[in-house]
Design a protein around this ligand. Structure first.
Ligand code: C5P
Length: 213
């Protein structure tokens, strides 16, 4: 059972994916963390995330220990992630790990839920259920600002919105694996929904997808 969740920044994919994973005994992979870790590794080495050679080398030598680091959660890491994510060699280097995780989730999980930008279109086009979770840019910026402030990080909503729009544009316009809903994805616009409503709706879809036809 593979559930693919894609969508733009701040749409609530991670919160939803975590809750679905817990409710349905699925392993969760935050694929954005992989790209963030590559971006941070390039910055740590004093490189430019937009430099394809530096980005690809960081992706090929990525240590998984960085994946849980709070440093990945900053806006600077998100911005660096979206720059390295446009490099084809970076995407190729990370693809196999994501597919392996999806098809061989750690025991005792009965499947996997992956969230990102290209899970339903590229990484797992065979996923049993594909969700495209979105919300208006203003609402996504509002939620992200609250989240950052909750972590004690000073955040200005207009600035968060501008960064988010720049990142969305880069993710949508890139040549490889651009952000887009798969043809068979269910689109969930969460602008006027709270996290419980989104979860209830998605859980019903998972139950439905898990039932043999
Ligand atoms: O989801 P998150 O905001 O952590 O992702 C950070 C960046 O990583 C995104 O803006 C996007 O450029 C990139 N990404 C991607 N493909 C994925 C997951 C993330 O290109 N599957």
């Amino acid at each position: 059972m593979i559930v693919a969740i894609d969508g733009p920044a701040g749409a609530g994919k991670g919160t939803l994916a975590r809750r679905l994973a817990a409710a349905f005994n699925l392993a969760y992979l935050d694929t954005g963390a992989l790209y963030r870790a590559v971006g941070v590794a390039v910055l740590d080495a004093g490189g430019n995330p937009a430099d394809p050679a530096a980005a690809e080398s960081a992706a090929r030598n990525l240590g998984l220990d960085l994946l849980d680091s709070p440093r990945l959660r900053t806006e600077a890491a998100g911005d660096a992630a979206s720059q390295v994510a446009a490099v084809p060699g970076v995407r190729a280097a990370l693809l196999e790990f994501q597919r392996q995780f999806a098809h061989h989730p750690p025991s005792p999980c009965v499947g996997a839920v992956l969230d990102g930008r290209d899970i339903g279109t590229v990484v797992c086009p065979e996923a049993r259920l594909k969700l495209f979770v979105t919300a208006s840019a203003e609402e996504r910026a509002r939620r992200r600002t609250l989240e950052l402030r909750g972590k004690g990080i000073a955040a200005i909503q207009d600035r968060v919105l501008a960064d988010m729009l720049a990142r969305d544009e880069r993710d949508r316009d890139r040549k490889v694996a651009p952000l887009a809903p798969a043809n068979d994805a269910v689109v969930l616009d969460t602008t006027d929904m709270d996290a419980d409503m989104v979860f209830d709706r998605a859980a019903a879809l998972v139950r439905n997808a898990a039932t043999p036809a």
